[in-house]
Ligand binder design. Structure first.
Ligand SMILES: Nc1ccccc1C(=O)C[C@H](N)C(=O)O
Ligand SMILES: [Zn+2]
Ligand SMILES: [Zn+2]
Length: 208
């Protein structure tokens, strides 16, 4: 029997932090039941990069694929959670001892975003050399427990670009604080948003 789902998503609330200057999250009723006579009807406004979300390549490459063109298979299947807590940057040597061969999806537990009520000032980021190393192991999706795979004030986004060049897609803002390292099934499907540069996801793990 399949195990229970472990939710690794950030709740979307009026206080979820957004990228500085970006569109805040809001949920409001467009019509109340009293107004419509039949139903409450909600409307949502948010940045596509709030909370737990995926980046489409178009986010940082104007020629890149958009959300609707992404291969859904990337976002569902076997994943390995690796504990890299306490590191400032993750380079190939930090993952050298991990059983990554055949791991199509790797989720990095950095522990560097503890207070999720505020946008972090500093996070663990990925060395651009990591992309080629992971790609050689067969990795096609990388997940991080922080808002970016790059340094927060980066404009060049070297890790984002290196990952794209090596065929690795990006999942950001997952919550791994209570997840033990090991093998899981991941489900983190983007919404079918035409033209979009990213999408919120409901990310879950299941023990396998
Ligand atoms: N939302 C933003 C607004 C302005 C500048 C950057 C962002 C980002 O989201 C970048 C981040 N590296 C990301 O991929 O999620
Ligand atoms: Zn993003
Ligand atoms: Zn990103």
């Amino acid at each position: 029997m399949a195990g229970k789902l472990i939710d690794i998503s950030m709740p979307l609330t009026s206080s979820v932090p957004t990228w500085p200057g970006d569109t805040p999250y809001s949920f409001d009723l467009a019509w109340t039941k009293a107004e419509s006579g039949s139903v409450n009807v909600g409307k949502v406004e948010m940045s596509t990069h709030t909370g737990t979300h995926i980046d489409a390549p178009y986010h940082f490459d104007s020629e890149g694929k958009r959300v609707l063109e992404l291969d859904l298979e990337l976002y569902a299947g076997r994943a390995i959670v690796v504990d890299v807590t306490g590191k400032e940057v993750i380079a190939p040597e930090d993952l050298a001892d991990q059983p990554l061969d055949g791991a199509e999806r790797v989720l990095l537990k950095t522990g560097s975003w503890q207070d999720r009520t505020v946008f972090p000032e500093k996070i663990t980021y990925l060395d651009e050399e990591l992309a080629a190393f992971l790609s050689e192991k067969g990795v096609r999706l990388i997940g991080v427990d922080v808002p970016s795979v790059d340094v927060l004030d980066s404009k060049a986004l070297p890790a984002h670009h290196a990952l794209l060049q090596n065929g690795i897609n990006i999942l950001e803002g997952i919550v791994l604080d209570d997840v033990e390292p090991g093998e899981y099934e991941l489900i983190a499907l983007p919404l079918p948003l035409k033209d979009a540069d990213g999408s919120p996801v409901r990310a879950v793990l299941r023990e396998i």
